[in-house]
Design a protein around this ligand. Structure first.
Ligand code: ZN
Length: 422
């Protein structure tokens, strides 16, 4: 059995004022179930008979796409509502036999194509395809048949046997039908969502903890640092310019101030976005963070001086970006209790507030020494691991699958702005 690893990234959460009261008694129930992580998608490719009705349906589908993309291109919009308003009547009149559910999916497909082309060029597709969703197709794995909405109504077709039919059973969410006229073949790619009961036993869990702070925006328990030097420098420049402009007090200075604050906001946004992406792109599929409140965040790190320098920078924004991007990537984020993560020795477990002196962690019990943020991230890693198992065992419905780990390890090697990652 090959070693499989799940790594947890641990983040901290801010609390509302009411939550801060009685914090110690709070149970560790702040995590969502791991359904996102433990649900897989696979695509099954199925062969259909070379059928005239399907071909005619695909031709009409393509024509509907063409009408919509012509409209979208000339009106410079890929907004689905606008496309629908502007073309629905024309499509129904010109292609009366295309069922309205397929008119809608044709519109969606055209909208996405326009968006992808950024409305820079018109779209002309020669290929014959049909997009199906849960309203327009149903797959029956036991009888190896599929029912499809066509120009002749709903029809049932046999599909050729494939071992994948039995391997991946679950919910059939959508499908893309493709016609190969040269070889006279029709295929349909059916997407299936499912869980596999066997895998959770096979998974070896590894955890990456993420400690967030002011001087270091994020420190990962895999020894990766994202420092805030660049952020601080840029923000310092903005502050200097702001002061000068405020002093000037003219109308144009006020306008410039407004522009500058917008630019600064975007800079912070981009910075957090890039860091979140670098973290989520790591070959780990669960991320664990401390659940931090902002007041503790300030106390914990380097005090007022840095908070002033970082101004509007917020660990909460970074946390949200990590969550969004993890969800998109089919990964999960877990939160752990932040108490003692910076005072506890990650080697022997001894807790003492004097273990930490600035950026140095020195255990008064076992003399272990480490960068303080790194020590904290390792404690977060351990907490994240136990939280992961707690979630796994408390929910019967949570299942993972061995296949969910394929495709991991695609680290992003894209260049990123310099200034962190010391
Ligand atoms: Zn120790």
């Amino acid at each position: 059995m090959p070693t499989r690893k799940i790594l947890l990234f641990i983040i901290a959460e801010r609390k509302t004022p009411s939550e801060r009261v009685g914090m110690k008694a709070r149970p560790a129930n702040f995590n969502k179930p791991l359904t996102n992580l433990l649900t897989m998608f696979r695509t099954i490719k199925l062969k259909l008979p070379y059928d005239r009705t399907i071909i005619e349906t695909a031709k009409q589908f393509r024509e509907a796409c063409q009408i919509v993309s012509n409209f979208g291109f000339s009106e410079k919009t890929f907004n689905k509502n606008k496309l629908n308003k502007g073309t629905y009547r024309e499509v129904r009149e010109r292609i009366p036999t295309l069922p309205s559910a397929l008119v809608q999916t044709a519109r969606d497909q055209a909208s996405e194509a326009l968006k992808q082309a950024k409305l820079k060029k018109g779209i002309h597709r020669k290929s014959l395809t049909i997009r199906y969703d849960q309203r327009t197709f149903k797959f029956y794995p036991d009888s190896h048949t599929i029912s499809l909405t066509t120009v002749a109504g709903r029809l049932v077709f046999p599909v050729a046997h494939s071992p994948l039919i039995d391997k991946y059973r679950g919910e059939y969410t959508n499908a893309q039908l493709t016609i190969d006229r040269k070889h006279q073949k029709i295929f349909i790619m059916v997407q299936v969502r499912f869980r596999d009961k066997e895998v959770e036993k096979k998974v070896e869990v590894g955890v990456t903890g993420i400690d967030r702070g002011i001087k270091n925006i994020a420190v990962l328990s895999n020894n990766q640092f994202f420092n805030s030097r660049h952020l601080r420098n840029v923000k310092g420049k903005y502050r200097y310019n702001t002061r000068k402009l405020q002093h000037a007090g003219t109308r144009s200075a006020r306008r410039k101030l407004k522009e500058m604050s917008e630019r600064e906001r975007r800079f912070v946004l981009d910075t957090n976005h890039v860091i979140a992406k670098k973290i989520v792109d790591l070959p780990h599929n669960v991320f664990a963070l401390e659940k931090l409140e902002s007041a503790k965040m300030k106390r914990k790190k380097n005090g007022r001086k840095f908070n002033g320098k970082l101004g509007s920078w917020s660990p909460y924004q970074l946390e949200q970006f990590i969550e969004y991007q993890a969800e998109d990537a089919g990964k999960a984020v877990l939160y752990v209790d932040p108490n003692y993560t910076s005072q506890k020795c990650s080697r022997c477990g001894y807790i003492n507030r004097n273990n930490r002196k600035g950026s140095v962690f020195h255990c008064l019990n076992c003399n272990f020494e480490l960068h303080a943020d790194l020590n904290a991230s390792r404690n977060i890693e351990v907490l994240g691991k136990s939280e992961y198992f707690r979630l796994l065992s408390t929910s019967q419905s949570l299942r993972s699958d061995e296949t969910m780990l394929t495709g991991m390890g695609e680290d992003s090697n894209k260049p990123h702005p310099s200034g962190w990652g010391s």
